[in-house]
Design a protein around this ligand. Structure first.
Ligand code: SF4
Length: 292
């Protein structure tokens, strides 16, 4: 009986996550759409406005047709938040949901072996989808899915700054990374930054910044101020929409940090493209669920 009950829960979770992936692939979150509209209205470059208009039309067309808004499915990541997690059962449901969503939505298969380049055909593979487990003191369970394209992932990087460079070094490196990336991450981007910690933690923090909604500042005043300043600096580069020039190079800059070693200052810059595809499933203790 207990086994049947767990299996039923896994099936329900799988079904809900198929819908979650569908929503993320087709419909951008409202904070991203609002930021893109704001960028369009404020863009002064003619070519930049044309690019933003095309992006906005693309978003509407995808929603009306119920089709993915970009041909690149990207790699699928899940962030699972709960007080206690049955890792094996949840992972099984998430993997099965990715396979089914790839067939049903449908989603272009993007996952290959790193050396043979053989495509698995269903957007899963060894350690993919990537799952971040987050044990938190909450009474519900949340699953956030992110679809992240190769253009933005290929532009992301890790920098080991001389600690003496401090804030000045962070600003210089982020601006240089944005200029070097140019149009590759499909700007206007969201620049997600991990600061401090160990090398793996630095990148993990940049991945955590990725799911914070646009416009929601870091709770610490000093970090929030740096986010604002970096956004201003990045938008002064002139890279512009799709790298063709303009004042809207990024929609947002977000930072997560950890304390680190006195002799280190690691900085991860993890770009997300304008197609900031994410959605969240919340399952309440009574079994009811919502997707947003
Ligand atoms: S970087 Fe983003 S918008 Fe550009 S092709 Fe890839 S998924 Fe699409």
């Amino acid at each position: 009986m207990a086994v049947e009950c767990v299996e039923l829960k896994v099936r329900r979770l799988e079904e809900a996550v198929v819908q979650l992936i569908r929503k993320a692939a087709i419909e951008l979150p409202s904070d991203v759409k609002e930021a893109l509209w704001k960028a369009y209205k404020s863009e002064t470059s003619k070519i930049g406005r044309i690019q933003l208009k095309a992006i906005l039309e693309n978003i509407t067309a995808a929603e009306s047709a119920g089709k993915p808004l970009c041909q690149d499915t990207g790699l699928i990541s899940f962030y699972v938040r709960s007080r206690s997690i049955d890792h094996m059962a949840v992972e099984k449901a998430l993997r099965r949901a990715v396979v089914r969503a790839s067939r049903l939505v449908p989603l272009r298969p993007s996952v290959v072996h790193p050396l043979t380049r053989l495509n698995t055909g269903n957007n899963t593979g060894n350690r993919i989808p990537n799952i971040l487990w987050m044990l938190e003191d909450i009474d519900h369970m949340e699953v956030t899915v992110v679809l992240k394209g190769a253009g933005s992932e290929n532009s992301s990087d890790l920098y080991m700054l001389p600690p003496g460079e401090g804030v000045k070094g962070v600003k210089r490196t982020v601006v240089e990374a944005v200029v070097k990336a140019g149009g590759q991450p499909c700007p206007p981007t969201i620049v997600n930054i991990g600061l401090g910690g160990t090398v793996d933690l630095t990148f993990k923090m940049a991945k955590l910044a990725l799911i914070r909604p646009l416009g929601k500042r870091h709770p610490e005043g000093g970090i929030a101020e740096l986010e604002r300043e970096l956004l201003r600096l990045v938008n002064s580069t002139g890279v512009g929409p799709m790298g063709l020039g303009g004042r809207n190079t990024a929609l947002e800059v977000k930072i997560e940090y950890a304390h680190g070693h006195t002799a280190s200052l690691p900085l991860a810059v993890n770009f997300q493209c304008w197609a900031d595809r994410r959605a969240t499933l919340r399952i309440h203790p009574d079994g009811s669920a919502e997707i947003f």
